[in-house]
Design a protein around this ligand. Sequence first.
Ligand SMILES: Nc1ncnc2c1ncn2[C@@H]1O[C@H](COP(=O)(O)OP(=O)(O)O)[C@@H](O)[C@H]1O
Ligand SMILES: [Mg+2]
Length: 414
Amino acid sequence: MITFESVTKRYPGGTVAVDALDLEIPDGQTMVLVGPSGCGKTTSLRMINRLIDPSEGRIMLDGTDISTVEAPRLRRGIGYVIQQAGLFPHRTIEDNIATVPLLEGWNKAKARDRARELMDLVGLDANMARRYPYQLSGGQQQRVGVARALAADPPVLLMDEPFSAVDPIVRSSLQDELIRLQNELHKTVVLVTHDVEEAIKVGDQVAVFYPHGKIAQLDTPQHLLGSPADEYVENFLGFDRGIRRLAFFSAGQLDLETGTVLAADTTVEAARAAAQRCGEPWVLVTDGGNRQPQGWFAVSDLDRQPDRETLGSLSLPLAPLGHTFQVGRDSLRAALDATVLSRTGRAAGVDGDGRVVGITTYERLRAAIQTAEQAGLDGNPDQPAFREGRTTPEAQQAGADDAAEPAGEGVRPS
Ligand SMILES: Nc1ncnc2c1ncn2[C@@H]1O[C@H](COP(=O)(O)OP(=O)(O)O)[C@@H](O)[C@H]1O
Ligand SMILES: [Mg+2]
């Protein structure tokens, strides 16, 4: 646990970068400090590893005032990742990663083994070990930066705008990687960013800063989106927070339409009857054996087809399936996206093996959103929210009967 106790940082010249900051950063979680440029995020972060000393107040790490610990010893337990990775240009990738282990006196072979292990962990190909930083893309360099910070297996990881210098697609995949790493390693991560989208995505807790080194709101992403403390936070979050909040509810809450999920050997007559029973203008055709979705027929088109023909034998083209969503894994937002993007205004929810579970409709989405909003308002704030890509006990449960890959395949550091 890292605790800021009324910490102030005044720079020469009088700028108050951080103003009487109180903050508790629990172990094993990702705490994101987010706010506009110049609000004191970097200063706050760099006080944790004593690159900057507070003017007033103190910072405790696991109950010890860090000002009483020699900086080099303190930093051995704290990995540090910065925006442009900050790699040594004349050292190979493996030597960059092995920097701290070598400083700690590991022999070269052991340090290199450790470097290889970490490359695997952060998703870097082993054949990059002997290359130099300039031979890697920005995203790959950033992975090296993370590997280097993790090399001595420190319990704390500080990250200052770690993904800000790479393009949006790479940024998004690095964020996914961080979430995956955290599922596995459970470090105490303090991450600084100006990007609220990133904060919401990777943070277990998010501290939104006012311009002058004071916290406007400290909350879980879900509660931040659900109840911003004031107009400043609300504006900072942006105007689509209603939709973004749906990312915190599982698509498993949907009551899906199943009456119009029809195997290819269903007759046209039976399909029409099913659609009528359900009041649905579309039916979803699946391949009979394993319920994999194929595409849609409009009921109005079926009216012109012979009763006895089966859906699979019609020469009528299927309307494209569109995106599906996975019921035990994806969020209500993913289900909504898939539905909105679909030509039929419907989307197929599938299980881990791609078999159809049921169909969304706007009506059913609306009902699930209403229930979710209600649950969000009444919900226990201490109960961890549903997060896409996170391992929670429920997600593990839901994934238990999937053949899907287990979370995290990297090598666990020794
Ligand atoms: N070494 C310094 N000397 C004087 N002022 C500084 C120094 N470093 C940062 N500042 C000022 O402190 C404030 C907070 O800076 P910083 O912590 O870097 O903000 P952020 O990381 O949120 O952009 C800014 O007004 C900045 O100009
Ligand atoms: Mg900064």
